[in-house]
Design a protein around this ligand. Structure first.
Ligand SMILES: [Fe+2]
Ligand SMILES: [Fe+2]
Length: 368
């Protein structure tokens, strides 16, 4: 039997560690409970489902599949790539000289950038789920959040592995996602981590993964996304089932804070997401290329994130309705979202109702 040598490498020096870690102070109070009775039937059902639909990142995914990044991005160009192509056709554009080689290279960089944000976001989700284990007062929710912590570990791991083995180097966490997740991890109110992660970011993740799934035929990525989405839908359902109970008993002033939080994290966020790091990598100045991207967007009548935004709000709005946050304080959130044209999604399927339809893990097992 082979014996693995212990790792004799020295620990990284303090300065290297400082660059590779981040210190975060959580201001929420941890809670232990002596109330072990299982009182929340829907959370019990969800927890049992989480246990039976666990999957294994090593044996359920075929990592031997050969992935050709060039083919991956040219098969079905993403909306952002269509826009970049249109911008390159405008005279005097800084990317007017681009040929197929440059477009393909850019496509791969944009894909790596998306995957990198997925990976960092998943680590944020793992830490938020762990925070929920510690801060939520109900035993059924602690149990559930523990399964979610494992799910998010697996998600972080598979995105990191796909990047590392199939695509190349990861990009750093974007400042926007960083600010959003750090705020949740630091907040003293336990339900804000829930609201921000389980409702906002998880709905966002479902839309983003669904968007990528529609555009890819690559079998490893497809299965990875289907399995991750099966878990994410359960996570959103967990948020809805827990918070709808908690919010029934909050005061108007407390609910107003939550409504403000939703506004801050949704429509006020829109338009903040550019990708300067990708343009940097391609040696193109974002400042110079941006006007051409805007012009191209107007000319071809396409906004690169429009489809994704629709998918996001089609999940988020009905999920928020289930929490009672649309109508509290004389419909404060309903009015603000209505002005932004989002209320058309009010009665779309909410994720507490349709999470089972995402369960590709159970479906694959039943088919075998
Ligand atoms: Fe996840
Ligand atoms: Fe999740």
């Amino acid at each position: 039997m082979a014996i693995t040598e212990p790792d004799t490498q020295e620990l990284p020096s303090r300065s290297v560690m400082d660059e590779s870690i981040r210190l975060i102070t959580d201001n929420a109070t941890r809670i232990m409970t002596w109330e072990y009775d299982r009182e929340r039937d829907q959370l019990v059902t969800l927890y049992n489902k989480a246990m039976s639909s666990q999957w294994n990142s090593v044996t359920d995914l075929d990592w031997a599949i050969d992935v050709d990044p060039e083919r991956l991005v040219n098969e079905q160009p993403s909306p952002v790539m269509q826009l970049v192509r249109a911008a390159s056709e405008i005279p005097n554009s800084p990317i007017a000289s681009w040929g197929e080689k440059e477009h393909t290279e850019a496509g791969i960089e944009f894909l790596k950038a998306s995957m990198s944000q997925f990976m960092h976001g998943e680590q944020g989700a793992m830490m938020t789920a762990a925070k929920i284990v510690e801060t939520v007062p109900w035993i059924d929710a602690k149990y559930y959040a523990s399964t979610q912590t494992m799910d998010e570990a697996r998600h972080t791991e598979v995105f990191a592995k796909y990047l590392h083995e199939k695509l190349g180097d990861a990009y750093p966490m974007s400042p926007n996602l960083d600010a959003q997740i750090m705020a949740l991890l630091e907040d003293s109110r336990w339900d804000i981590a829930y609201l921000g992660m389980q409702i906002v970011i998880e709905s966002l993740a479902l839309a983003a993964f669904g968007d990528m799934l529609r555009r890819t035929n690559e079998p490893l990525l497809r299965k990875l996304l289907r399995y991750v989405m099966a878990d994410e839908a359960r996570h959103v359902a967990f948020g809805i089932l827990s918070l709808s109970e908690y919010y029934e008993n909050l005061s108007s002033a407390e609910l107003k804070e939550r409504q403000e939080f939703m506004l801050e994290n949704t429509i006020r966020q829109r338009g903040r997401s550019t990708t300067p790091e990708v343009w940097d990598h391609l040696n193109v100045s974002l400042e110079e290329v941006l006007p051409f991207l805007h012009q191209a967007s107007a000319e071809i009548g396409m906004h690169p994130t429009a489809q994704f935004q629709r998918g996001f709000f089609a999940k988020l709005v009905p999920n928020t309705r289930r929490l009672g946050l649309l109508d509290a304080n004389d419909g404060y959130l309903r009015k603000a979202w209505g002005e932004a044209g989002l209320m058309e999604y009010e009665f779309a399927d909410d994720t507490a109702t349709d999470y089972n339809s995402y369960d590709a893990v159970a479906a694959d097992r039943a088919a075998r």
